[in-house]
Ligand binder design. Sequence first.
Ligand SMILES: [Zn+2]
Length: 478
Amino acid sequence: MKDDYKVVIGLEVHVELNTESKAFCSCSTNFGAKPNMNTCPICLALPGTLPSLNKKVIEHAIKSGLALNCTINPFFTMDRKNYFYPDNPKNYQITQKNYPICEKGYIDIEDYKGNIKTINIERIHVEEDAGKLIHIQDKTLVDFNRAGVPLIEIVTYPDLCSAEEAVLFVKTLKAILTTCGVSDCRMEEGSLRVDGNISIKNKRLNIQGNRVELKNINSFKSLEKALNYEIDRQIQLMNMDKDIKLETRRWDNDKGITIAMRDKEEGEDYRYFPEGDLTAYKIEESYIYKISQSIPELPRSKYKRFISDYELSSYEADILSQDINISNFFEKAALRSGEPKEAANLILGEVFRILKERQKEIQSFNITGYDLGELILILKEGVISSSTAKVLMEKMFLTGKSAKDIIEEENLSQNNDKDAIGEIVQKVFNSYPKAVEEYNYGKRKVITFLIGMVMKESKGRANPELVKDIILKKLNEV
Ligand SMILES: [Zn+2]
């Protein structure tokens, strides 16, 4: 039944730009400040105030446009979108309707099977965010700290055909924008929010359903669940010959359903008109060129390079290329140690485990990629065992000290001293004469037990290869 339907999804992604000040005033954009601390007469819309456009907003918007393969328009204007809502002090939002800053871009998404699909971007425009309503028992309070924080809205063409593709698109977009440094794209803090337009078509009967808009989805999990729920709901309605209403719905995460909010507004409901307090802006070619030079290597090219230059698997390359802080950390470790595979293994394993346990991000990690590279070198030299390396990494993270310093301070180096190991082996033989006897009667398996006991006695520091050689040698002497 589901095969009869074609799913059509277009997304509108709102991304808060990480400028230091707001779009039209000099208030701080700092997240987590006390309510209404980051406000002034301009962003509170007091009479007689005038907005002035923050140049950094335009720089970030152009940078995003270039990274998403858009055309940067030679001039742009700002418009007013009128609507009344308590979190919107001006009763209109400054946005861009007729002359957005960027148009006609695309990005490629690649699924885990290696299938690549191009998703076209209709436009990117700049606008300001609204404040936030806080509901406490029967009261509603309003915090205007977010009012006037700059956003870009990225509007795709309806090129996406499933919830999985939509999630992949947003993940790819996030990787590009964070790499460019225009936003932190933290969905949990609301700096990346997604609206989706979903409709279905019955291919067999050639019936097109109405478009439903899903509002303000703020996690990848919710995005996938909400879209899948909505697709199923629309298919069920069409199967029952019922109308799919043209409306705006929201995702209720607790109930796991979408709920109707209101009939869909059309453009005319907002009475758009040009923002008379701001001029039309011209963008010089030379300015665009200058910005293009500041764009770092993007995740997709990094992904390919990690596979070809470092021989990583596509899985490893994918994870290590998504976040610029992680990819920098990896490359420093790989270059310092000359062991990219080992560096990738340790980062995907131990480093991620430590970060997750302490709920930290790699930027706040106490050790650098260079430090990890040094640790890998020490490991390769056989100075320490791989189990000691793990303990060491934990200590490096806690103290911020280098591997070398900790090894020296705590006398952690791996024991390669044949005489010292020989002494431990003898001690184990003395403690377990029966095991030695069994070996001599042909029970070869006891050797594993003896190695284990020697390793335990040496507190894991004896070189296991040497231990095995010495045990065999001594057993054959007996
Ligand atoms: Zn302000």
